[in-house]
Design a protein around this ligand. Structure first.
Ligand SMILES: [Zn+2]
Length: 424
């Protein structure tokens, strides 16, 4: 039985006679089950240490691309220029500039290297997220917009006209701000540039799920020079504090953040950093804790960032089925893209929310065990999925088992097994 290759067939009721040895029944939670005393394992209502929101439960396993899959964040970009169009990129130049910036930012997200200020042995894991330009569904819209407004084109980070926290430009020009991360590219005003104390370099500020950046046009540098600034600022949107400070991650050490580059001599030989969330020339490394925090945000139904993800787990995606053959515990929430099968000898314990794609099934095969410890099983978009189906084998007497350790809920499940599932 261990070497059985599992295949799922969705057959109509009329074909029941194809596999008479297998019986199956839909599973429903026990409505009378009481919460177990003395239980501090995770559940959907208790984010935080040890619970569903804990970053430790969202650290990607390099060998498992299915249970914490790569995510895509929808973005668009707005270039804010003065009415005489002298203070920011032209549409032609801006498009080239931003595509260069975006390509490099995504290449940096596809890469990770050892964080210089992490304890020895800290793993280097995939970041597993990228950005995708998200146009509106109308002709000529490419997700890049050019606006001309004399009162909104500038960004002032200090002094009496400071406006970096001001959201007016977001309110005026934002498009789909509840489901797309809007990036606004402004400029430092010319009179600020003349001040000796004003820092007119590449800067940014995260405002909810929007982001303002400045210093890009003025620099005359190519878009690739600002990819790490974009990744840093979006890192803030994804809940990451500066890594040099008390950021809640045990694998990022506190440090003075005084070294822009590594030098062979002097304090920057030991104090230089390459973390994306420090200020340095590299801004490439993310630690397992930082990556876990980002994926915790992606899985949090309460975080507005989640709505900016491309909804890839909405419907069943071929090639994303997960077959559990050993013991596996998912302490964090999961947004699956395929069916979930627990095979003979496999045990899967769920501690949090699990979203199943529309049309999918959780199938507990004979000899498989599913343990549910205060879980919500649902489709995160409210679409119907088939629910949990348990199989038993009439000849071997083996059966699938669903064990409830704490009260569970199941939503959007049709539980109408009008079809039968057969494995070979
Ligand atoms: Zn920052």
């Amino acid at each position: 039985m261990k070497n059985i290759r599992a295949f799922v067939y969705l057959l109509l009721l009329g074909l029941w006679s194809c596999a008479p040895l297998i019986r199956q029944s839909p599973w429903s939670p026990d409505p009378n089950l009481q919460r177990a005393p003395d239980n501090n394992r995770g559940n959907v209502l208790q984010p935080g240490a040890g619970g569903c929101g804990d970053w430790r439960n969202f650290i990607p396993d390099p060998n498992d691309t299915l249970s914490i899959p790569a995510r895509k964040l929808r973005i668009n970009v707005h270039f804010i220029n003065s009415r005489d169009s002298s203070n920011n990129f032209s549409p032609e130049a801006g498009r080239i500039f931003f595509r260069q910036l975006l390509d490099k930012a995504n290449a940096q997200l596809d890469t990770n290297i050892r964080n210089w200020r992490s304890p020895d042995g800290t793993l280097v894991l995939p970041k597993r997220y990228r950005y995708v330009l998200w146009p509106q569904p109308k002709p000529g819209d490419d997700g890049m917009y050019f606006h001309y407004n004399d009162s909104l084109y500038y960004f002032v980070s200090s002094g009496k006209n400071q406006n970096n926290y001001d959201r007016k430009v977001v309110q005026r020009y934002g498009i789909g701000t509840d489901s797309i991360l809007n990036i606004f590219i402004q400029v430092h005003p010319r009179d600020s540039l003349r001040s000796k104390t004003y820092r007119a370099n590449g800067q940014g500020i995260a405002l909810g799920t929007s982001l303002k950046m400045a210093g890009l046009f003025e620099s005359k540098e190519p878009g690739t020079s600002f990819s790490s600034l974009l990744n840093h600022e979006i890192g803030h949107i994804l809940s990451l504090p500066h890594a040099w400070s008390e950021d809640g991650c045990p694998d990022t050490q506190n440090h003075p953040n005084k070294c822009w580059t590594w030098t062979e001599e002097g304090p920057c030989r030991d104090q230089a950093t390459n973390n994306m969330m420090d200020y340095n020339a590299y801004q490439i490394a993310l630690t397992p804790c930082q990556i876990g925090r980002i994926h915790s945000v992606f899985h949090s139904e309460r975080n507005p960032v989640r709505k900016c993800l491309v909804p890839e787990g909405k419907v069943l995606t071929p090639g994303h089925d997960i077959v559990v053959r050993d013991t596996l515990i998912w302490k964090g929430a999961r947004d699956l893209r395929g069916n979930l099968l627990i095979a003979n000898g496999g045990l899967l314990r769920l501690n949090c929310r699990v979203s199943m794609p529309a049309g999918s099934i959780i199938l507990v095969l004979p000899g498989g065990v599913l343990e549910l410890d205060g879980v919500k099983l649902h489709n995160a978009w409210g679409l119907p999925w088939h629910g949990v189906v348990v199989q038993s084998h009439s000849k071997t007497k083996k059966r699938g088992i669903v064990r409830e350790l704490n009260p569970n809920t199941i939503e959007n499940a049709t539980l109408k097994t009008r079809w039968r599932i057969r494995y070979e």
